[in-house]
Design a protein around this ligand. Sequence first.
Ligand SMILES: Nc1ncnc2c1ncn2[C@@H]1O[C@H](COP(=O)(O)OP(=O)(O)OP(=O)(O)O)[C@@H](O)[C@H]1O
Ligand SMILES: [Mg+2]
Length: 235
Amino acid sequence: MLDIKDLHSGYGELRVLKGIDIEVGENEIVALIGPNGAGKSTVIKSVFNISDVTSGNITFKGQDITSLKTHEIIKLGISYLNQGKINFTNLTVRENLTIGADQIFDPGTVQDGLEKVYTKFPDLKTKENELAYTLSGGQQQMLALGRSLMQRPSLLLMDEPSLGLSPKLQQELFATIASLRDEGISMLIVEQNAKKAIELADRTYLLEDGNVVLEGGKEILENEAIRNVYLGGRY
Ligand SMILES: Nc1ncnc2c1ncn2[C@@H]1O[C@H](COP(=O)(O)OP(=O)(O)OP(=O)(O)O)[C@@H](O)[C@H]1O
Ligand SMILES: [Mg+2]
């Protein structure tokens, strides 16, 4: 579905990614882990063409998207859940969900998307006319995810969706993520908690200093390097 080949990318003169290969298959949850500054967010930004790709290729469903514009990439069905807060805090919950989507889809499709999001996150329905800044941290995260889902993606790129959530809300979020996979959405997820990420994902890539240094399924929990890193508390 998403195929990243020999990708070199960075920001101006700064080279961050040094020739990485990452694949996300249909109906797959793929996790990206690694220390701060390793280039995880840059992988996602490269797919969205908001970092400077210097060489390599990114294809989506067989189409080369490496130099497409961000809005064209969204239209193809790839959605981006940004690291940190991305809601419009002075708009209502409902406005946050519909803004953007109403530029792409007809009103019926927007309404249908809204109902699906409200079914998944009943808190958002209860608060649909409240301003987004009045939501709790967890509810804001749900709103951000809801906004991504309004774009009806077949591939969702999530940058640290669990950041700042309580353990209980993290658990709920991971359950939601698993349910999205069952609904046919493929996902690439950047996650700080390596253990949680590996347990959730079908496959995990470990990124260090702009290189993929390890890739595998849940068995990499037993990998010595990974275990040492846990014990060191680096992740
Ligand atoms: N917009 C930018 N302009 C210039 N340099 C940037 C920009 N964004 C990131 N960088 C640099 O690129 C490198 C990789 O950053 P990136 O955000 O991809 O790391 P990360 O793995 O996501 O880290 P974290 O876990 O802290 O989110 C860092 O050295 C960072 O300072
Ligand atoms: Mg990051």
